[in-house]
Design a protein around this ligand. Structure first.
Ligand code: NAD
Length: 445
């Protein structure tokens, strides 16, 4: 059986267990051209090979189950009508309903959404919550839209994908460029169509309409719980370590805040326009107040300006890429000086960069483990919304920490047993669990 993969030259195929996979050298060749989806497929192939998956099963797990593209009009403030394109992709439903964020960015395309949906499937399985993976996105620049235009776009996109989402089938959440207000509009639009309130249609909602305490903070907190557990496990001193964070949105700002509260020195942060650096440590609470007022870290007087490229290469203990994909590539991996790369963003490191970091003894805590705090507390929010019963923030955060710590050890101990790096171990764990669930359910009809 031959898997025809348009991303790769057929001469590069390798036969494993009846399935043909490209060797690593050919996978690397695709890095520059292809982006997140090529990375996701290359990672899957490596794990599938280690798991010795049945060829038909590997081919199924490698593909997205359903993909919806929608084109829809929005009336702009100047009276013009503009067409937007959006997507919602369900990657896999073997372990439960699909779950995954909605991204608003000019760079969104179907391949990116596929990659993000696939990573959601493995992530939910790694932390053992009963979901499959999905993702959505709209090609737009939310910063260029007025609040009214953003609401119109969100309500129309929700209507266009409404046959694809449901509290039992597929539950969206925030991602890059979306926030609790946008989740509120999704919840309201879906509820208007049904004629009654359906809070469990979406997670990451504002607390006053059924959101969970601790959801907004969950991803950033989860990242730092995992980093601290890694330090404990390796017997490294965690006190006062230096932390660099790329991206200062939901994930980046809360990671920086949590690191600050844990006694770390956050020496640099950035947003899309560039970063600020202070080797003595930034005043994160003051910086967050500044960003609330100015919507950017630019102009903050507590540090010097640096570019995003310079920020990634700063000497530090922990580097947290918390912005977007493909930030650490073969072009800069050799110059990364961090001891630990804790992946807040999804897919920030390409497969080739992974190999360089490994050769340089940089510990990479992979995205599907490290940033799973968001989907874990989204799961808590969904459960609370279905039951109309609400938990205290302390309870949410303790449960989150327990799952992050347990999942870190599941991945770490398997990595020792099987002699794997943490990313491959996490993928093998997640993909293995999805494969098992698929086999247990059996093939319909
Ligand atoms: P966000 O929109 O709140 O913030 C994104 C931040 O990154 C902003 O500060 C933006 O200026 C910056 N940024 C964007 N492009 C950049 C670039 N090219 N270079 C440098 N900075 C850039 O988004 P978020 O929710 O914080 O998500 C960030 C990442 O974390 C994404 O990869 C997302 O998929 C991932 N993630 C988010 C969650 C969640 O709960 N929100 C959970 C898991 C993973």
């Amino acid at each position: 059986m031959t898997i025809i993969d348009p991303l790769r030259p057929s001469s590069a195929l390798l036969q494993i267990n009846g399935v043909e996979f490209p060797p690593p050298s050919q996978r690397r060749a695709t890095e520059k051209r292809e982006g997140a989806y090529a990375t996701a497929l290359a990672q899957f192939d490596r794990a599938a090979q280690i798991l010795n998956l049945d060829p038909g099963l590997a081919d199924t797990l490698r593909s997205c189950k359903r993909e919806l593209t929608v084109n829809f009009p929005v009336k702009m403030d100047n009276g013009e009508v503009r067409r937007f394109t959006g997507y919602r992709v369900h990657h896999n439903t073997a372990r439960g309903p699909t779950k995954g964020g909605i991204r608003y960015a000019p760079t969104v395309d179907l391949d990116e959404v596929r990659a993000l949906a696939m990573w959601m499937t493995w992530k939910c399985a790694v932390v053992n919550i009963p979901y499959g993976g999905a993702k959505g996105g709209v090609v737009c620049n939310p910063k260029e839209l007025s609040l009214r235009e953003l609401e119109g776009l969100t309500r129309r996109y929700t209507t266009e994908i409404s046959s694809f989402i449901s509290p039992e089938g597929d539950i969206p959440a925030p991602d890059m460029g979306t926030n609790p207000q946008i989740m509120a509009w999704i919840m309201d639009t879906y509820s208007m169509h049904r004629g009654y309130s359906v809070p469990a249609i979406v997670t990451g909602k504002p607390i006053n309409i059924g959101g969970s305490a601790g959801r907004f903070e969950a991803t950033g907190r989860g990242i730092m719980f995992t980093v601290r557990e890694a330090y404990r496990t390796f017997g490294w001193d965690f006190d006062g370590i230096s932390v660099v964070v790329q991206g200062f949105g939901n994930v980046g700002s809360i990671t920086a805040q949590t690191a600050h509260e844990m006694g770390c020195r956050v020496i640099a942060v950035s947003d899309v326009e560039g970063g600020i650096y202070n080797p003595k440590g930034l005043d994160i609470p003051r910086l967050r107040r500044y960003v609330r007022e100015h919507s950017t870290v630019q102009g903050f007087d507590g540090g010097d300006r640096i570019t995003n490229a310079e920020l990634l290469e700063l000497p530090c203990d922990v580097l947290v890429p918390a912005a977007t994909e493909n930030q650490i590539t073969r072009a800069n991996a050799d110059r990364i000086k961090a001891r630990v790369v804790a992946e807040g963003a999804n897919g920030p490191t390409t497969p080739e960069a992974d190999e360089i970091l490994m050769a340089n003894n940089v510990l990479v805590i992979p995205d599907i483990l490290c940033n799973a705090g968001g989907v874990i507390v989204s799961y808590f929010e969904w459960v609370q919304s279905l039951q109309q019963l609400f938990w205290e923030e302390d309870d949410v955060t303790h449960r989150l920490e327990r799952i992050m710590v347990r999942s870190f050890h599941d991945v770490y101990e398997q990595s020792i047993r099987m002699n794997l790096d943490l990313r491959t171990s996490a993928l093998v764990l997640g993909i293995g669990r999805v494969a098992e669930a698929t086999q247990t359910r059996g093939l319909y009809p």
